[in-house]
Design a protein around this ligand. Structure first.
Ligand SMILES: Nc1ncnc2c1ncn2[C@@H]1O[C@@H]2COP(=O)(O)O[C@H]2[C@H]1O
Length: 154
């Protein structure tokens, strides 16, 4: 299993407005994951429609696009062993109501349409690469050595 698996994660406008960026970043850092990209940004209509393209035919699509463009987001790329699955476990279920306490959505969310955070789907093989490329240029991702890596990995 690669220590260099990269996964795309984004604090959504509700998480930004509620001041949760710092807590969310801390949770991933505490877990031992390494941030290799981070960008505070405003998503425009075109990027929103492309990012959520798979939901185009769903009844919630227009509301989802309106919401994700309604304020700034914090987009990130995290690296580590089994990073995609670890992040998804830490986020909880898509619906905060189904998410266990201790998970990000289980601690901070109540409503499906305001679920604080997005992470690439680990069951969709191309999702990470697609979403990382959509949000970040190659030169915005940083290769660096984490000083505690020999204590995190065998
Ligand atoms: N009925 C719904 N089913 C699934 N996702 C929904 C629904 N309504 C809104 N959404 C949002 O659509 C988003 C799609 O991917 P996310 O992981 O960002 O989180 C999802 C939810 O916030």
């Amino acid at each position: 299993m690669s220590e260099h698996e990269r996964t795309f994660v984004m604090v959504k406008p509700d998480g930004v407005q509620r001041g949760l960026i710092g807590d969310i970043v801390s949770r991933f850092e505490d877990r031992g994951l390494k941030m290799v990209g981070g960008k505070f940004m405003q998503i425009d209509q075109e990027l929103a429609e492309e990012h959520y393209g798979e939901h185009e035919d769903k009844p919630f699509f227009d509301g989802l696009v309106d919401f994700i463009t309604s304020g700034p987001v914090f987009a990130m790329v995290w690296e580590g062993q089994d990073a995609t699955r670890q992040v998804r476990t830490m986020m909880g279920e898509t619906d905060p109501a189904e998410s266990a306490p201790g998970t990000i959505r289980g601690d901070y969310g109540l409503d499906l349409g305001r679920n604080v955070i997005h992470g690439s789907d680990h069951e969709d093989e191309g999702a990470n690469e697609r979403e990382i490329e959509l949000f970040f240029d190659e030169d915005e991702l940083v290769d660096w050595d984490q000083i505690d890596s020999s204590w995190l990995y065998e």
